[in-house]
Write a protein that binds this ligand. Structure first.
Ligand code: UT7
Length: 329
């Protein structure tokens, strides 16, 4: 029997208009452009401004653009997996909110939370439904309104994160294109270093949790950096080795955009030269679940059918992983 692969058949992205530059951050916290750029590679990030707007509103234009590109309408989508760490609300799932906003009346859906590795976890999860023959069109969305959980008085985190969303459509492919393999991992001991403490069932919101600023993202940067820089690199190398790929076989490395130094270390470990590494961190910062689909969206014009791509991510949890896919169009 011919093997069915889950192939990405369209990608699209959306970032809000407002540009928060390093220079503006200099007026908000004690920092400077040189420090941010040299330590992270970030020059600016996008912020969703305006009342009544949430993560799903970043997804609507991303997905509507994707449907237009692919020439299909929302009724044709079977399943929406919304990878996010900043859902519109705890429930209903943002996937369902999105389905309603775009008119995906025949889709079921759910949210997936694996922090910055979410989009990779979502792609692999969505692929199962395609490979099993259960569904023909699975929409995997990765997006976050990180500004909703960032403390703009905390210089160690507010310089890093931004808002944005990307989406990919998975469809069956019997010609050997699509998601070939992945290595996905998690380690709960990392939870102590990157988290949002309050708001869940462990620490429901109280005046005290608000006074203590426990609804904001908390990150111990160095501890996360040390783990990320080794593990994201190792897992990318592992998926290449498992599939007998050497650097020359890889057309593009598409890494999570958390820190330019982590990206460079991953590329070095895999022997992939800088001209084959997708980077947009300088313009968008770390959009958590949005980074990889936003990269694919910006890279789309350069991709050729049959290109070997290595996707790699690292995030809170800890979660991390890498994926090997053969571009299908
Ligand atoms: O995407 C999810 C996973 N997250 C990541 O992968 C992020 C991993 N971590 C990182 O990217 C880096 O650790 C950071 C960018 C967060 C921080 O960079 P660092 O090189 O690890 O800096 P550091 O925390 O070691 O701080 C060095 C110094 C400290 O001052 P002292 O103690 O040496 O006097 C900080 O207080 O830099 C200071 N500092 C700042 N200075 C200017 C920290 N933040 C800033 C700032 N501007 N914004």
């Amino acid at each position: 029997m011919t093997k069915v692969y889950a192939a990405i058949t369209a990608v699209n992205g959306y970032v809000p208009d407002y540009v928060l530059t390093n220079h503006e951050l200099e007026t908000m916290v004690e920092t400077n452009d040189e420090w941010i750029l040299s330590r992270t590679g970030i020059k600016e990030r996008r912020i969703q401004k305006g009342d009544g707007l949430a993560t799903s509103d970043l997804a609507v234009p991303a997905v509507q653009g994707l449907l237009k590109k692919r020439g299909i309408n929302a009724e044709e989508i079977d399943l929406i997996i919304f990878c996010t760490t900043t859902p519109d609300m705890f429930f209903p799932a943002t996937a369902i909110v999105l389905a309603n906003k775009i008119g995906a009346v025949n889709a079921w859906g759910y949210d997936l939370n694996a922090a910055c590795s979410g989009f990779l976890f979502g792609l692999q999860t969505g692929a199962q439904f395609i490979e099993a023959g259960k569904h023909k069109k699975v929409l995997v969305v990765g997006g976050d309104k990180m500004s909703s959980i960032i403390n703009y008085n905390d210089r160690t985190t507010c310089i890093i994160f931004g808002d944005g969303c990307g989406a990919a459509l998975l469809e069956p492919n019997t010609e050997g294109f699509g998601i070939i393999d992945s290595v996905l991992k998690s380690d709960g001991t990392g939870g102590a270093h990157l988290y949002q403490k309050a708001g869940g069932s462990l620490h429901p919101p109280t005046h005290q949790t608000i006074d203590n600023k426990e609804h904001y993202l908390h990150q111990e940067g160095q501890a996360v950096f040390k783990f990320a820089v080794t593990n994201m690199a190792n897992v990318a190398a592992e998926v290449m080795e498992n599939n007998n790929l050497v650097a020359d076989d890889v057309a593009w490395l598409v890494p999570h955009q958390a820190n330019k130094r982590i990206i460079d270390a991953t590329a070095n470990r895999c022997g992939i030269t800088p001209n084959k590494v997708m980077i947009n961190i300088e313009r968008f910062g770390n959009t958590t679940n949005g980074t990889i689909p936003l990269c694919l969206w910006e890279l789309e014009g350069k991709l050729k059918k049959g290109d070997n791509l290595i996707l790699a991510a690292f995030g809170g949890g800890f979660t991390w992983g890498a994926m090997y896919l053969k571009w299908a169009y």
